[in-house]
Each structure stands twice: as structure tokens, then as C-alpha cells.
Design a binder for this molecule. Structure first.
Ligand SMILES: [Zn+2]
Length: 274
């Protein structure tokens, strides 16, 4: 009885949140045009992405710093890209944090590292985004805006940072999120490890890669950049790394190469005779 009552209460809460955070048709359309990898062929899938985007906006606290003015368009753009990876996993995967802090541009962070003799060295790290346990998630708006393009190496700072958030769902940032039943950790490690070794070889040979070379840093970064490619250039990733692509399909329970709306065909140019 209690379970049913609670479920009813949750549905009412959700309906209220969806009314509060409804995304206007026009704004949703513009977001899809600006970030074409969000487009899904099936209208029901698109509606679910939009619904979860509203719920995400309701549950998270957005703040802009450094003189940046936060607009609805910015919040919707970030929320929709953050929600894409959890379209079939559910928003609960993001329950561990609330805040999203948006900077105008990349941020320089002072870091300290102790060497084997215990001597602490300071260095500067330039960040386009950052995710940490318990939040907040930090994003550079300059980099978020750069993510609309799909040609070349996949680059998407929002998907990158939220892949790190998912990675943290099983405790550590180690390139392995909480896996669903039926997906064994040993298979995950083997497939990811093989793909990472291939990326390192390609980077060493200075070859062009579908996956951002930054992923060569280690398992944790590799999972984040592989997720970027999976959602932004899925057809290219499927062709380049079929085993990795298939593993990510099983984890994310999505097949973006199949589900993404077809890119608009190139307009036919008619040349007029002079
Ligand atoms: Zn990263």
C-alpha cells in the first residue's frame, strides 16, 4: 500500500516539475538544430529526451560565474546534452550532485602533486570542464558551444564530464561505471583496454583518430572521450572500433548510429547558365 502511495506522490511531483520546467517548442527546436547529435528519428525518443531535460533542469542548480549571464537557451543546451547519456539509464545516476557551474571560458586550476620523496610540486592545469564526487560539475561555456560540430575528432565537454559522473557511480574514477547485470567487469576491462591500446598506438604514430587522443592518458579519460565519440560521431566510432561501440551500446542501452536522425542530405546546387 505504501509503495503505491509513494509512486502516486512521485508521479504528481514529476508532473509539477514538468509544468514548471516546460521547454518551449521553439527553444527545443533551436537546441536540436544547434546540437544535431541530439536529434532522434523516433518521436517518442525525442519526447523522452525533452521530458528528462525538463526534470534535470528542475533537479539541478545552474549558476554562471565570471560575468557570464545564464540564459534559458544555455541551461537547456547543457541539460539536454547531459541527459543524452542517461536517456535509458535514468536520471538517478546523477543524484550524487546538484550544482552545475558555468564559466565563460576555460579555467586555470592550481594543482599540487607530491613526488616520491614527498616534495610537493605545484602546477597549473587548464580545464574545459571538471566533475568530482558530490559535485559540482564545472563547464566552460566557450567549450560547450564548440560542441555542435560533428566532423573530425569528436569533442563534447558536457558528455565528457557527465561520463566522469557515471564513472563515479561505482565509487572510483577508473573508467568503469556501475555496470548493468549481464555486463561483466572482466569484459568491460578487456574491450576498453584493447581499444585504449589501439588509441595509444595511433597517437604514437601520429595518425588521425575518431576518439580524442586525450583518451590515451588512461582508462578514466578513455571512457569519457569514447563516450563523446559514441554520442557525437557514432557511425565513425562503429566503423573504427566495432567491439568498443557494441560494448557502449550494451552499457548506455542506446544505438546512436541507428537512432540518430539522418543528417540532412547535401543541398543540390543548380547552376544557372550564363
Ligand atoms: Zn576528463
Amino acid at each position: 500500500m505504501f509503495g503505491r502511495w509513494r509512486r502516486h506522490w512521485l508521479l504528481r511531483q514529476e508532473a509539477a516539475a514538468l509544468r514548471r520546467r516546460a521547454i518551449a517548442d521553439d527553444l527545443w527546436k533551436r537546441t536540436r538544430v544547434r546540437y544535431p547529435f541530439l536529434q532522434r528519428r523516433d518521436p517518442a525518443t525525442d519526447a523522452e529526451l525533452r521530458r528528462l531535460t525538463s526534470l534535470f533542469l528542475d533537479r539541478k542548480e545552474f549558476s554562471a560565474v565570471g560575468g557570464l549571464a545564464l540564459t534559458d537557451a544555455m541551461a537547456v543546451a547543457i541539460a539536454a546534452q547531459a541527459v543524452l547519456p542517461v536517456l535509458r539509464l535514468g536520471l538517478a545516476a546523477y543524484d550524487g550532485f546538484v550544482g552545475i557551474v558555468i564559466h565563460p571560458d576555460q579555467v586555470v586550476a592550481r594543482r599540487e602533486v607530491a613526488d616520491e620523496d614527498g616534495i610537493v610540486h605545484e602546477y597549473d592545469e587548464v580545464l574545459a570542464g571538471e566533475a568530482m564526487e558530490g559535485g559540482p560539475v564545472m563547464l566552460s561555456w566557450h567549450d560547450v558551444r564548440a560542441a555542435g560540430r560533428t566532423e573530425g575528432t569528436a569533442y563534447n565537454v558536457v558528455i565528457h564530464e557527465f561520463a566522469h559522473v557515471l564513472d563515479l557511480t561505482n565509487g572510483e574514477a577508473d573508467g568503469m561505471p556501475l555496470l548493468p547485470p549481464g555486463l561483466a567487469a572482466v569484459d568491460w576491462r578487456a574491450t576498453l583496454g584493447e581499444a585504449l591500446a589501439r588509441l595509444r598506438q595511433a597517437v604514437a604514430a601520429d595518425a588521425a583518430t575518431v576518439i580524442d587522443p586525450y583518451g590515451a592518458e588512461g582508462e578514466e579519460e578513455f571512457f569519457a572521450v569514447a563516450s563523446e565519440a559514441f554520442f557525437v560521431s557514432p557511425a565513425a566510432l562503429r566503423q573504427d572500433s566495432p567491439a568498443l561501440y557494441a560494448l557502449l551500446v550494451r552499457y548506455y542501452r542506446q544505438d546512436p548510429a541507428e537512432e540518430m536522425a539522418q543528417p540532412p542530405s547535401r543541398p543540390v546546387r543548380h547552376h544557372r547558365g550564363t
